[in-house]
Design a protein around this ligand. Structure first.
Ligand code: FAD
Length: 751
């Protein structure tokens, strides 16, 4: 019997936090269902693929990190394809599709994907499917799901076209057809669908064109808040009933209204909540994601003594630094609590940090939550057992690996305390996997709804936007009993939290300051009581007994403060200008002012040491809610103005109604004209700012909230450039892009 071999295609990913990797794996996993063989590889592993000779379609899934940079594991690839010596037909033979992941809250949206795409086209590669630009700011799945839905037909079309091109070449007809643009090629691919055998369905051409236009419209009007789903629904055709998809027929996909209710407690409430849905969702058929294949075997082994188990936080780069001082900078409770911590880094490699650098704080999960988790998993008695992990021999997961960040010699307690982000919001794939471990039918159905396409809005409302953790979810679904292996497979690595240095080591030798807001998550459906952010809550608990409050004098007999583990994250761009005569503008509302305190402390010393030198003027735009409650570093900033280190200080208060602007020039304004936010103050100083940036080769720094502030500041800059240069929006954008390129418009933003 002839053996049928499925056609192959290649999936290459570049991923910083695992999202692109997970999507690429998801595509590879379901390829077989579409009659295809996927060869999956990370872009860095160039020994595993050969684009120079590749004759199968290639699918790129790439994310963007930092200020538009490629992820670490795509850096080498991007460098290689950027080589000027490559000819314009280098990738003439290559057919590709590309899915770019990014976040519009940050500058240079999807820049890595765009760079790869531009270079592929410059090198002659042909696009067989329209590029998807997925925005984590509104939910990757808005673009990712339809993009993957349409991918399968596009790949088959590309395969068919490549085969017919080959036949044409063999017939000596190559070169007769006109060169195709990506769009016409995409259309061609769609038309070719009629000619190939699709094992899944042979829907008419209209369907695939609809898929594309749906994709195009959802990518352009992606305004809804949607889930940032690691592994999207990989539909294999028409909607399926959840009960068909998930096994046991106990789940009703069109449950009558009376059957909905708090999971496991029928009839208690008919208000929608995390555990309860209402029609139409409760009666809807559901498209649920494919079940992620399990890939880990996990066992717990008793050890003779706990000391046998190591599990220390890393070694070379990680050192403990004592907290030497903790001060609360804000007053009252109507503002976000801001704290300043001073670390003694005299014996630490961090001691030579520069203004603009940040550093990582390694925090553990909250002990009470770890305890709850151990009880919930029924593993409390085994908390000191060694965790043994290996790959399941029969796993269907492509490229499965035991997580590299977990040592084989750690206890269960250590694993839950230091390795897994147990607070992370469960992705839909995780919810889908939890369905399999849920006994109660109503709870099972609700989990299916939450991970389904139809349940998107509920997922966003009750899970994503509420930042619900897996433990909170398990508390709400008591009949769900996942094995430990499932948590290890689905929970991400516990990441350290970065903080910007708020001091200069020249001003405070051996010391490092940082400032943070204590993040508060309110109670919500599924979370009976509010909780603090993981790291900021942990730091707060650590320092609370010795915290110096604004109204109180520092006491000499306050309790000793503990040490914390930190490591340096150097930032070679976000630095004060090396040319001391260059003027610069700093925009840092709230805790975003932190690095600029370091900039100004350094500048003050430089001025003292070089009395003859010419220093460029300095501007700081600061903003907060109330002058007398959260004006951080007020005295120090006013001192910089008095000493001439800071030429212009522009401060605004968003919630003080009667007062005018606070500024060193003593301007007062009426309430109506009063600037509320930093961007308003920027616009008021439009001419000076554009002058500094466009005529005097100055620098513009922004630090703080990425979600709103950085965007508003960027828009204000655009407006200023348009007005001052009398140019249109496109030219203003180009001017800003030029400033970024020259590293004179720099951002250090988070959120
Ligand atoms: P988590 O438990 O991790 O919860 C964080 C979640 O809470 C986020 O997903 C977000 O949606 C939400 N959230 C609500 N308010 C905030 C907020 N104010 N900040 C962040 N997330 C918020 N933070 C500082 O306060 N000072 C700094 O100087 C500082 N510098 C940073 C520098 C860099 C390069 C980066 C990437 C981040 C920086 N951050 C800074 C943010 C900081 O790393 C943490 O994200 C923040 O302190 C929350 O950590 P957490 O563990 O308490 O919250």
């Amino acid at each position: 019997m002839p053996c049928e071999v499925n056609p192959r295609f290649v999936v290459l990913y570049g991923s910083q936090k695992g999202q692109a990797e997970s999507l690429a794996e998801g595509i590879a996993e379901v390829a077989e269902e579409h009659g295809l063989v996927a060869e999956l590889s990370c872009l860095n592993h160039n020994e595993k693929y050969n684009l120079e000779k590749e004759n199968a379609p290639v699918v790129f899934i790439v994310s963007t990190t930092g200020d538009g940079e490629p992820p670490d594991n795509a850096l080498q690839f991007v460098k290689r394809i950027k080589k000027k010596t490559l000819s314009t037909d280098h990738y003439k033979h290559l057919c590709y599709a590309l899915l770019a992941l990014g976040d519009t809250n940050y500058a240079n949206f999807c820049n890595c994907g765009k760079t790869i795409e531009r270079r592929l086209q410059e090198l002659g590669a042909k696009q067989f499917y329209a590029t998807g630009y997925a925005d984590d700011g509104v939910g990757l799945e808005v673009v990712v799901d339809p993009w993957i839905e349409g991918l399968w037909k596009a790949i088959k079309g590309a395969l068919s076209k490549m085969a017919s091109d080959k036949t044409d070449v063999l017939k000596g007809e190559a070169g007769d057809s006109p060169k195709e643009t990506p769009d016409s090629s995409t259309l061609h691919v769609q038309l070719n669908l009629l000619g190939i055998t699709d094992h899944q369905s042979c829907e008419p051409i209209k369907a695939s064109i609809e898929t594309l236009s749906k994709f195009a419209s959802s990518s352009s009007s992606a305004t809804q808040t949607a889930v940032s789903d690691l592994r999207p629904a990989f539909p294999a055709g028409s909607p399926v009933l959840a009960s068909q998809c998930c096994g046991p027929a106990s789940v009703s996909t069109s449950a009558p209204k009376t059957q909905t209710g708090n999971a496991g407690v029928p009839g208690v409430s008919l208000a929608a909540s995390l555990t309860c849905s209402l029609p139409p969702l409760s009666e809807s058929s559901l498209n649920v994601p494919a079940l992620p294949p399990p890939y880990l075997d996990v066992s717990l082994q008793e050890v003779d003594s706990v000391e046998q188990i190591v599990g220390l936080l890393n070694k070379e780069s990680l050192h403990a630094a004592p907290i030497s001082r903790a001060v609360q900078l804000t007053r009252g409770d109507s503002v976000k609590r801001a704290l300043l911590l001073e670390l003694d880094v005299s014996a630490h490699p961090l001691a030579t940090y520069h203004p603009g650098d940040s550093f990582d704080v390694f925090c553990p999960n909250k002990a009470s939550e770890v305890e709850d988790g151990l009880h919930r998993l029924g593993l409390h008695d085994q908390r000191n057992h060694r965790v043994h992990m290996s790959l399941r021999k029969d796993t269907k997961k492509k490229g499965a690996q035991v997580p590299s960040y977990m040592s084989q010699n750690i206890s269960l307690l250590y694993l839950l305390t230091w390795c897994l982000e147990i607070r992370s919001v469960p992705k839909k794939a995780f919810l889908r996997a939890l369905v399999e471990h849920t006994g109660d039918g109503v709870q099972k159905r609700r989990l299916q709804e939450l991970c389904s396409r139809q349940g998107n809005a509920d997922y966003n409302l009750y899970v994503r936007d509420s930042s619900l953790s897996v433990l909170e979810l398990l508390a709400a679904f008591p009949s769900c009993s996942p094995p430990l292996s499932l948590l290890i497979e689905h929970l991400p690595k516990l990441q350290p939290r970065p903080y910007s240095a708020a001091s200069s080591c020249l001003r405070y030798p051996g010391k490092l300051h940082f400032v943070f807001n204590v993040v508060e998550f309110p109670a919500c459906s599924g979370r009976p009581a509010g909780r603090r952010g993981l790291c900021t809550g942990w730091l707060f608990d650590l320092i609370n007994p010795a915290l110096v409050l604004p109204e109180k004098e520092e006491s000499s007999n306050s309790p000793a403060l503990p040490k914390i583990h930190v490591s340096l994250r150097t930032n070679c761009c976000f630095r004060p200008p090396s040319d001391l005569s260059a003027p610069f503008i700093m925009v840092g509302p709230g805790t975003g002012v932190a690095p600029f305190i370091g900039f100004l402390q350094q500048r003050e010393l430089e001025r003292k040491e070089n009395p003859e030198a010419v220093f460029g003027e300095t501007w700081l735009f600061f903003g907060c809610r109330h002058r007398d409650r959260d004006y951080l570093f007020r005295e120090e900033l006013e001192g910089f103005v008095s000493s001439g280190t800071l030429s212009h200080l522009k401060v605004c208060f968003s919630r003080d109604d009667q007062e005018g602007e606070e500024g060193e020039e003593g301007e007062a304004t009426t309430s109506a004209a009063r600037p509320r936010y930093v961007q308003h103050n920027l616009l008021r100083n439009s001419q000076h700012i554009t002058d500094v940036l466009l005529k005097r080769n100055g620098y513009f720094y922004v630090c703080g909230d990425a979600k709103n502030m950085a965007k508003d500041v960027n828009n204000a800059l655009m407006e200023m450039i348009q007005t001052e240069l009398q140019v249109d929006q496109l030219d203003a954008m180009k001017t800003l892009a030029g400033l970024r390129e020259e590293k004179r418009y720099l951002q250090d933003i988070w959120g």
